[in-house]
Design a protein around this ligand. Sequence first.
Ligand code: V07
Length: 263
Amino acid sequence: MFKKLLGKKSNKSEAILQRSAELVDEKVPSHIAIIMDGNGRWAKKRAMPRIAGHHEGMKTVRKITRYACDLGIDVLTLYAFSTENWKRPKSEVEFLMGLPEQFLNSFLPELMERNIRVQMIGEEQNLPKHTRNALIKAIDTTKNNTGLILNFAMNYGSRAEMVMAMQEIMREVEKGHLTIDEINETHVDRYLMTSHLPEPDLLIRTSGEVRLSNFMLWQLAYTEFLFTDTLWPDFDEQCLLEAVQEYQKRNRRYGGLEGEDEK
Ligand code: V07
């Protein structure tokens, strides 16, 4: 994949390409999850409205998706809208709910070209119809693609997801398919919205906040965490490259033991 990256005429700096190529010698994370924070602050710093920050943040999603694809990452999960985000002003929520359409209208052809598959986790039923339809169309159009999985967490909350999993497991118990003592971690995994995905290897949160905000609480049990002060609209290829290098550095420390003793 790096031959392709290096061979292609690109406006990315030579230095980034060179350093990207160096990553090939070590394992790149299979699944990267990102809490994309700091769009409002980015706009405020420029005396612009919050929605301008969200729009800029969407451009970063495009940039980082392309780069994750070039790096050969298997899954990129992006926290686009949490169940808490409904509490924001109505006009902001309306703008946010238009972003998936804006993004997909301009980017879907490129997603197809790049063999990227769109998926989502979260409660899609409560999304506005136009947002839901755009998502369903993208998921359906890209469903046979075999490259990067671009997984959007939309109207997602981890505790609600776990409650739902518990209810499903209890239904199995009620039907007599399972006894309470037989319930194990595999059953819980199976009923989470991420059951078909590997667990995240690396979690990145931008903008200096150091908390999980109800994001993939179960799935992040063994994940490496990386918190950066960079605001999401300023996050670029260089930032992701450095995040992956930091991940590789941490992994190297466990060399030989393959991390087994660290769990
Ligand atoms: C959103 C831009 C990124 C920063 C975080 C908040 C604002 C892309 C999408 C999206 C979602 C689904 C999809 C295609 C694109 C998006 C929301 C907010 C709600 F299929 N960016 N982005 N969705 N922001």
